[in-house]
Write a protein that binds this ligand. Structure first.
Ligand SMILES: [Ca+2]
Ligand SMILES: [Ca+2]
Ligand SMILES: [Ca+2]
Ligand SMILES: [Ca+2]
Length: 281
């Protein structure tokens, strides 16, 4: 099981958590999980429980994702929580193209007391077999179904472990809306198409998990670049929204996994290009 891979990061708490989960699973209902497939790509999404989130993104047989999910807080809440804590899960998985497999999921969680819901729509587009490329488009809608203003914060947390191992080279957020994480031969880019996030943070996984899982209200710290050197990197985007009665706040994003040349190879190409440019002069 994937959780085991990161047990070191959660320490004793994770061991207790796992023991608790194991005891629970004997009596509790099966946790809802959905799987998407398109050409060379497979995505697994756990829809309920402590492990909720997009838990794997396999491209040509290699899993590059540890966890990606959404946290929220409404004005007056004393901490952030995962969106699945809202409950009232409804979802459909569908096949809307000519390739085999269901490549799309539409998920909704709703808060009946405070009259709002959060919808997430994922569409997976795999690349050709062997290309190591893949694309995941996401649309998130927060809908105010009540008759008073909704003041809400949504945070998207992404912990990619490129090439199936925890250590990656770096993570950086450019232009306030484009995250790029790098590992040997593998690159990952996420562009927020609209709107620009209110806050962002590129950091070590443990720092982000701490602020999202602790018992206090936190904003992301706007640091756009990780420390240098290999590490377990992650990043997050935060949107603060005020939604009128009957209104919606819609976030549209795109994630891409693409092979990248080695830095050494890149500098060689750079030098070759420079030499070529000089020759042309
Ligand atoms: Ca399909
Ligand atoms: Ca890695
Ligand atoms: Ca917090
Ligand atoms: Ca990571």
């Amino acid at each position: 099981m994937k959780i085991i891979e990161k047990i070191k990061l959660f320490g004793a708490a994770a061991v207790i958590g796992l023991a608790g989960a194991a005891t629970q699973s004997a009596s509790a209902a099966v946790v809802e999980t959905a799987n998407l497939h398109d050409v060379n790509s497979d995505v697994e999404i756990v829809l309920e429980g402590e492990d909720a989130g997009t838990r794997s993104w396999e491209v040509d047989g290699v899993d590059h994702l540890f966890q990606q999910w959404f946290y929220y807080r409404v004005e007056g809440d004393d901490r952030e929580q995962k969106i699945n804590e809202l409950g009232n899960l409804a979802y459909t998985v569908s096949n809307g193209d000519l390739d085999a497999g269901e490549e799309r999921i539409h998920i909704q969680y709703s808060d009946d007391q405070r009259n709002f819901n959060i919808e997430v729509d994922f569409i997976l587009t795999g690349g050709q077999v062997g290309s190591m490329t893949s694309d995941l488009a996401e649309i998130i809608s927060i809908n105010n179904t009540g008759d008073t203003e909704l003041v809400i914060t949504l945070i998207q947390y992404s912990d990619f472990d490129l090439n199936g191992d925890i250590e990656d080279a770096s993570v950086q957020i450019n232009g306030g809306n484009t995250a790029q994480q790098l590992d040997t031969f593998m690159g990952f880019t996420e562009t927020v198409v609209t709107p620009l996030p209110t806050h962002l943070q590129a950091d070590l996984e443990e720092n982000l998990i701490e602020l999202l899982e602790n018992d206090s209200v936190d904003d992301l710290n706007d640091l756009a670049s990780s420390a240098s050197g290999p590490g377990d990197y992650a990043w997050a985007f935060q949107w603060d929204a005020v939604i009128a009665p009957g209104g919606s706040f819609i976030i549209s994003k795109d994630k891409q996994l693409t092979p990248v040349p080695e830095p050494a190879t890149m500098s060689l190409i750079g030098l070759a290009g420079l030499a070529l440019a000089r020759r042309r002069k």
